[in-house]
Write a new protein. Sequence first.
Length: 178
Amino acid sequence: MSDQFHERMAGDDEGAGHDPKLPKKLRPRRPDPTPVQRALGLLVRREHSRKELVRKLEVRGVESGQAAAAVERLAGEGWQDDTRFAQFLVRSRATTGYGPLYIRAELGTHGLPGDAIAVALDGFEGDWTGLARDLVRRRFGPAGPVDLPQRRKAADLLARRGFPADSIRAALRYDPDD
């Protein structure tokens, strides 16, 4: 029984046109993936905006029109969604210590309209001031910045990370016993 199984399996390999004994360069090549397959391959790794996905396809040699059509098809089928991408980016950047001003600017570079950016930021359920406080605690310890030069450094850090002025002031005035 075992021999019959192996014979059948050997027959299947021959019919498939794949001989594992051949060197790689002599094996038949797989066909190039279509633009839709390439775009889907990028989307299964992480969310992408339409603009970003078209740009990445063009860099990989897909013509501009074909790239746009592939992305449009995937958007129509629900694989690509700019709203979902914006929500993903807001959550991702907020958990890594970035504020709403930085995130808004980054979303703008992805070609998202202003209303989609506003919806994504408004839908964020986190506390920007709390995130700013956590960032200050991580950088300056549980006591926070203790003197004026440290407070300036903390304020500069939060400003570079895109936190608004009211969150910066509140984060620097916190009581470590809170």
